[in-house]
Design a protein around this ligand. Structure first.
Ligand code: OSB
Ligand code: MG
Length: 368
């Protein structure tokens, strides 16, 4: 397949809520959206790099640089046999996985559209709907946390994840658990603790959490393995897992018993599928994480989450939770905690060009 042109847009969409984590706060979702054009079809990839290098070393600015200078020339005006072929050509570029994933996921969409199959089925997905939960930011008070949990439980979400940081963590989890003794509940620290403050993580052990996500530094697998030995609650890793090799090491060391897969963090669907294999061999359940994506990224997540190894509810909640108006139609909406997997070709949703043009801050056309 020959890619005739590409459009790289910078997009800004106001979020309906303030999303605070241990590493910062987001009120507007800013991202790069890549459109690859081939023989009248468009493939779409959403880059999940954020404004600042706080969750990941990548940013909107670094991704734009790497895409424009190093990755797009591998694609635009080139004959590409498959998304895997792009992966192999891009292997020379170290890291920068979110930038790579924007291209890789757009190619996957494009190839699936050419073949007239859904991206879910092209990837090996088997589900027609996926179970989803919500990730709730740190609210100013414990009472607001409990109210937010109440609202989302009543909407049918299958798991509630609370963002935590050292401080009000134990109090927050205790209050939610007392109000909702039976819900599937998890916490996500985004690496905010250290071995010196890990007593606060151990204090969460009695609350029957499904798992504790990324308590310690993202580069420290051994510290996670040591902490895991002192907990009955499983550890789930997010930031620490950038590749299938990382997943293999983490599992072998006992650093985690659950893995959060984000297509962007690992460099695309190909690497996500390799992690899926590692996890299946090790009997480790996966779930699909989120990066507050707009419709293109959300649809890409739903497609990968339809694979059999994704055994736990993910963070891909309804688009209407995040945005008044999304850039795709139909909007991706969960009913009673179940998100239908689109069945149309590729990502299975149409980009609404009128909405997209209103939220586009700048755009760059790339031709051979
Ligand atoms: O750690 O999972 C995370 C959002 C941005 C960066 C990191 C994370 C998150 C979320 C949000 O938890 C999940 C979502 O609703 O998309
Ligand atoms: Mg996380």
């Amino acid at each position: 397949m020959r890619t005739d042109a590409a459009v790289l847009r910078q997009v800004a969409m106001p979020l309906k809520f303030r999303f605070r984590t241990s590493f910062g706060e987001t009120t507007t979702k800013s991202f790069l959206l890549l459109e690859l054009v081939s023989e009248g079809l468009s493939g779409w990839g959403e880059c999940v790099a954020e404004d600042g290098p706080f969750y990941s070393p990548e940013t909107v600015g670094t991704a734009e640089h790497v895409l424009t200078r190093f990755l797009m020339p591998l694609v635009v005006g080139q004959e590409i046999a498959s998304a895997e072929a792009f992966d192999a050509a891009a292997a020379r570029v170290r890291g920068n996985r979110m930038a790579k994933a924007a291209v890789e996921t757009a190619l996957r969409d494009l190839f699936a559209k050419k073949d007239g199959v859904s991206l879910s089925r092209a990837l090996g997905g088997t589900r027609s709907a996926i179970e989803v939960g919500v990730s709730l930011g740190i609210s100013p008070t414990v009472a607001e946390t409990v109210e937010s949990v109440r609202k989302h439980v009543s909407q049918g979400y299958r798991r509630i994840k609370l963002k935590i940081e050292p401080g009000t963590d134990v109090e927050r989890v205790r209050a939610v658990r007392e109000a909702f003794p039976d819900i599937a509940l998890t916490v996500d620290a985004n690496a905010a603790y250290t071995p010196a403050t890990a007593d606060r993580i151990r204090a969460l052990d009695p609350f029957g959490l499904d798992y504790i996500e990324q308590p310690l530094h993202h580069e420290d697998l051994l510290a996670h393995a040591a902490l895991a030995k002192t907990l009955k609650t499983p550890i789930c890793l997010d930031e620490s897992i950038r590749s299938a090799d990382d997943a293999r090491s983490a599992v072998a060391l006992g650093a985690c018993r659950v893995i959060n897969v984000k297509i962007g963090r690992v460099g695309g669907h190909g690497e996500a599928l390799r992690i899926h294999e590692v996890a299946r061999e090790a009997g480790v359940p996966l779930w699909c994480g989120g990066m507050l994506e707009a419709g293109v990224g959300r649809a890409q997540n739903v497609a990968v989450a339809s694979l059999p190894g994704f055994g736990k509810p993910g963070d891909t909640s309804s688009s209407s939770r995040y945005f008044d108006e999304d850039i795709v139609a139909p909007p991706l909406e969960a009913v009673d905690g179940l998100m239908p997997v689109p069945t149309g070709p590729g990502i299975g949703v149409e980009v609404r060009r009128d909405v997209l043009s209103r939220v586009t801050v700048s755009q760059k056309e790339i031709r051979p």
